[in-house]
Design a protein around this ligand. Structure first.
Ligand code: RB5
Length: 146
């Protein structure tokens, strides 16, 4: 699985740790930065990472900002994206099982790096359950076309 990742200045340390962790686990990672600590606008990064998913180059994405919320707001404006801002394990697992989320948004100022890595593992290791959830996800996606 190829994973797209990006962060703003609120998530740099977490993003770098996640990149190293995913590579160590054997995943291919496309890192859209930032790579040095300078202030950027999170929507610019969210758009880049989401484009890597909607183009089909990457299967899932991870975005880190201060809270995870700004990134999720921006990502969910992109057609084809289902982004979830998550800070605990249950939601990381169930947003894959029930929502088929393709972008995980984390808050570098909300959770520690250890927790972030555990949430990333749940996100990449959990498959969509389908079944009754398929129709619900389809209804969510249909809203984009209204
Ligand atoms: C940047 O200071 C901060 O606003 C951003 O990282 C994020 O938390 C926005 O939701």
């Amino acid at each position: 699985m190829k994973i797209a990742i990006g962060c703003d200045h609120g998530g740099l340390e977490h993003k770098n740790a996640i990149v190293a962790h995913l590579k160590e686990r054997g995943f291919e990672v496309k890192d859209s930065g930032i790579c040095e600590n300078h202030s950027v606008d999170y929507p610019d990064i969210a758009v880049k990472v989401c484009a890597d998913i909607t183009s089909g180059e990457c299967e899932r994405g991870i975005l880190v900002c201060g809270t995870g919320i700004g990134m999720s707001l921006a990502a969910n404006k992109v057609k084809g994206i289902r982004a979830a801002a998550v800070s605990e394990h249950f939601s990381a697992k169930y947003t894959r099982l029930h929502n088929d989320s393709n972008v995980l948004c984390l808050g570098g100022r909300v959770i520690g790096i250890g927790t972030a890595l555990e949430l990333v593992d749940l996100f990449v290791d959990t498959e969509f359950e389908g079944g009754r959830h398929e129709n619900r996800v389809n209804k969510v996606m249909a809203i984009e076309n209204d």
